[in-house]
Design a protein around this ligand. Structure first.
Ligand code: GDP
Ligand code: ZN
Length: 310
């Protein structure tokens, strides 16, 4: 029995990589994730066992999918309740945004971070296009950066076009499986190009292909970097698919709020109206970022049906 990594998966054929060997595999049998129905049984990032079909050495049959450490899904485009697996076994998610050109609402950033916490995928923040920022924006940049570092996230200011701090980002990707997320226009393609020149054309082709039809089922693909890392191209998603959680879980997904909540007087403190709430005190003292707290409150106050973040 051989073992390999799924690097591409389109419908019924799955590309498995073992060392330098590439095997095209079909799947046999049913593989289900507890509690959800998915349109696709395997996805990029999966580690699988397969059997080679003897008379054709580069074709095989997948017989087992190893337990996933995490996975991301989104609603299947066919209006059913099914979910589509986008990728699995992700080591880290880079969230790229810009303070200007275009302006990214920080609540978008916080929602992404909540989702990544809920998915158990470590997030790393990249603030791009710093070469274009004027003095005022640079002041804002240092505050924003400080807030996210205080929250416990790695946070880098970069310029994909000028190459600023790109070496650090490339090093973070070494031997790891990464996804890069962010709104369109923030510089994801430029970053991939800066990280590894050889990759860009491939990824660009894929991206423009996916722009054709929003509702066609798009499949993810993994690209190997020269340093052994992989980047997963997740077609068409700004964030990371969807996830459900309960109102009282939201505080868990803001790491700095979670830390403070241990000292709140009430077990289950919502950090809104309770007396002696450490979170509110921290906001008043300027120790917890008001912008982060506002995002927390906005997510909390939403209609319950919207806790599903997409
Ligand atoms: P994507 O939609 O996230 O893939 O964004 P692109 O990589 O296509 O970038 C959108 C535009 O922003 C392009 O015109 C890029 O040249 C430009 N851009 C990307 N990164 C930077 C940067 O660091 N500095 C500047 N000045 N422009 C950038
Ligand atoms: Zn509290």
């Amino acid at each position: 029995m051989e073992e390999g990594l799924i690097i591409k998966s389109t419908g019924s054929w799955h590309t498995v990589k073992t060392g330098n060997k590439i095997i095209k595999c079909k799947i046999k049998g049913k593989f289900r994730i507890k509690g959800i129905t998915t349109t696709n049984p395997v996805t990029v990032g999966d580690i699988v066992n397969y059997k080679v079909i003897a008379d054709n050495r580069d074709i095989g049959i997948i017989t087992n999918i190893k337990k996933r450490k995490n996975y991301i899904i989104r609603k299947a485009p066919n209006f059913s309740k099914e979910a589509h697996l986008i990728a699995s076994n992700i080591d880290q998610a880079f969230l790229m945004f810009t303070l200007e050109f275009p302006k990214t609402p920080l609540e978008f950033v916080d929602r992404f971070l909540v989702t990544s916490e809920a998915y158990h995928i470590p997030a790393i923040i990249l603030i791009n296009k710093i070469d274009l920022y004027n003095k005022n924006v640079l002041v804002k940049l240092s505050t924003v950066k400080k807030d996210y570092i205080n929250a416990g996230y790695k946070c880098y200011e970069i310029s994909a076009v000028k190459g600023t701090n790109i070496d650090q980002v490339r090093n973070l990707m070494k031997n790891k499986i990464s996804v890069i997320s962010g709104n369109s226009g923030v510089g994801k393609s430029a970053l991939i190009n800066a990280i590894d020149k050889k990759l860009n054309t491939k990824v660009a082709e894929i991206s423009s292909y996916h722009k054709i039809g929003k509702h066609t089922t798009a499949y993810s693909e993994m690209y190997q970097l020269e340093n052994g890392g992989y980047i997963i191209d997740t077609p068409g998603i700004k964030g990371f698919g969807l996830i459900d959680f309960k109102k009282n879980e939201i505080g868990l997904f803001f790491p700095e709020i979670f830390k403070l909540s241990k000292y709140c007087q009430y077990y289950n403190c919502s950090h809104t109206h309770e007396p002696d709430c450490e979170v509110k005190k921290a906001v008043e003292k300027g120790k917890l970022s008001l912008s982060r707290y506002k995002s927390y409150i906005n997510i909390l106050n939403e209609d319950k049906s919207k806790y599903r973040i997409e």
